[in-house]
Design a protein around this ligand. Sequence first.
Ligand SMILES: [Zn+2]
Length: 459
Amino acid sequence: MRIRFCGGTRTVTGSKHLLTSGKQRLLLECGLFQGHRAEAEHTNRSFPFKAREVNWCIVSHAHIDHVGNIPNLVKYGFRGPILMTQGTAALSRLLVEDSANIQESDIRYLNKKLREKGEPPKEPVYTVKDAEESLKYVQGMPYAKPRKLGPYKVVLHDAGHILGSALVDIEVEGKRVLFTGDLGRKKMPIINDPTQVVDADCLIMEGTYGNRRHGEYREVSSRLAEIVKRVYARGGRIVVPAFAVERSQEIVYTLNLLRQNDRIPDVPVYVDSPLASRVTEVYRRYPQYYDDEAMAMLNGHKYLFDFPGLHYVESVEESKALNLSKEPCIIISASGMCEAGRVLHHLKYSVEDPKNLVLMVSFQAENTLGRRITERQPIVRIYGEEHPLRAEVEVMDEFSAHADRDGLLQYVGAMNLPRLKKVFIVHSELDAAEALVEPLKALGVREVVIPEIGEEHEL
Ligand SMILES: [Zn+2]
């Protein structure tokens, strides 16, 4: 059996790993590569294997860097099932369609510019039609129920990362390979802790935060309550750039708990992202993925994602109207890295006033507005205009959905180490991956590999 790393190695975007046993090919993930336009277009349209020769695809969870390129997989000839949990399937439908809409509207804008310059038009990376076609191949699969795919026996376990996220446990040719997808954290809100798998001969592990430690989630409520009270008292507003999947729901859920316990004042909360609202609807529909605390709340006839004073904003007019009002409020809006979307106009109207606060709760990639705000740069550019950043900035990494360095090492440490011969670290910048090599060896793992893109290994 061989594994070829086809994307998402030494970087956190565009995950794709191809397993081959005889002539039977199983693709783990089909993520969209996000980066500079030319590179992204090329990478997302050219697979380093023949799409039609792949028999099955398994997607660990509904983040665009794991599922976002299935439209091209099908467009280039793949015709097998794309397997994922029901929760991932429901979320992926929203994300992939949203992504296709963004690709189409981006290209419309670009083509207008190209036409003015007399240059030929371009095609979107994929269209809404491509997205819809690919979604026909998606099949739901429950946790803990083995499924035979030719020579592979596959079981999904809860990865505790976002709703429906899975660890992929594969038995083939007498060996067991465990793929973490993105590994979650213990004691996070709404969803369960990651399932501990003990036995594997080979582990393909994410290493996003291999060199970082997060604050613990249990301290989040007190910190968030303190911030809300402080900004409310001075009459300011809080803008929270948040990812539409999981992060927006976690913030709403945490604010809901604080409100129920009278730990924050009666301040209006707006979720201003149509995608986040639709994703929240999926969260409401799938309580089978909730942890005990969330289930207890539901059984007590309490809503998880609704409370007095919480509004889901739909129309653009409603969204814009929020900036006319001077009342203290909390606005949760996408995109999480402040690169596009409605959060931009909220930031534009909020960053110059020291009464306001920008609450950063998500991973911020380099060269994004979110990163510049996190670094508290004195001047930030929004819609091409410079704005002095006078609002207070708070950064809360406690909400991170990824295991940190300790979490990753604890997970591996609880495995059957004499059996575990090899660990591949993927989904990680190089320095974060390198920081895990020695500690993994100290645990007794014989071989730790940080594969490069295109690298192939015999297992
Ligand atoms: Zn993820």
